[in-house]
Design a protein around this ligand. Structure first.
Ligand code: KIV
Length: 264
């Protein structure tokens, strides 16, 4: 099978086929996820928490993401690889272009950045320069200090309208995928219905076009806290490969996420 492309993901949305995504940071897990048919691997700045042991993603650098992207790219033959632009690596358009180029050269097929309207110019510039972009709205962990903690976003009408406006602005600027994190199910559905690009949820209910999980949460191995929106797929399977397959099956059949993993 050929490498998953952005047009394949767009077709999956049109055909109501669910997209399964997971974070990956090394060659061994990337190979397992790739062989299981996971469409998208995200080299997320969550690595600052799950690999490096920090209490936020803020200490992560472009060099860290590039290092792990190269590892993932060494074995992921079919899955599309997204690399995260970390905290303050896209504060200006010029900085965004040079950091995105580092990640693409390391093996990424797309870069991800957090934020709405304010990143639209950078998104447009990246796409014009040949770099596909994934947006990230809702609970954007790089802004944890502005939010005052890891909290569900878009709960009131004003926040919900702003999030929808940001999603439309990102789509107009050229993002080809959008991650929506920790928002109420009804808002996630509204955004998913309003956009023609695929919307991937995490803590956003089962109505989005696909799901993403941090791999350590999907295997119940995150140090300390496991978020409400996550599920340990190793419990029922006892085997990593089988756990990944079960995650994919449950996303495809809308069994995961259930109401117990969602916010209302
Ligand atoms: O960094 C990350 O792993 C992410 C996911 C939680 C979507 O952004």
């Amino acid at each position: 099978m050929a490498k998953i492309s952005v047009s394949r993901l767009a077709k999956m949305k049109q055909e109501h086929e669910k997209i399964t995504c997971i974070t990956a940071y090394d060659a061994s897990f990337a190979a397992i996820f790739d062989q299981a048919g996971i469409q998208v691997l995200l080299v997320g700045d969550s690595l600052g928490m799950v690999l490096q042991g920090h209490d936020s993603t803020l200490p992560v650098t472009v060099e860290h993401i590039a290092y792990h992207t190269a590892s993932v790219a060494s074995t992921a033959e079919k899955s599309l690889i997204i690399a995260d632009l970390p905290f303050m690596s896209y504060a200006t358009p010029e900085q965004t272009y040079s950091n995105a180029a580092i990640l693409m050269r390391a093996g990424a097929n797309m870069v991800k950045l957090e934020g709405g309207n304010w990143v639209a110019d950078s998104v447009k510039g990246l796409v014009e320069r040949g770099i596909p972009v994934c947006g990230h709205l809702g609970l954007t962990p790089q802004s944890v200090n502005v939010f005052g903690g890891y909290k569900v976003q878009g709960r009131n009408d004003q926040q919900a309208e702003k999030l929808l406006d940001d999603a439309l602005a990102l789509q107009t600027a050229g993002v080809q995928l959008l991650i929506l994190e920790c928002v109420p199910v009804a808002l996630a559905k509204r955004v998913t219905d309003a956009l023609h690009i695929p919307v991937i949820g995490i803590g956003a209910g089962a109505e989005t076009d696909g799901q993403i999980l941090v791999m350590h949460d999907a295997f119940g191995i995150s140090a300390g806290f496991c978020p409400k929106f996550s599920k340990n797929f190793l419990v029922e399977t006892g085997d990593i490969r089988r756990a990944v397959e079960l995650y994919k099956e449950q996303v495809e059949n809308k069994i995961f996420p259930g109401a117990e993993h969602s916010f209302y």
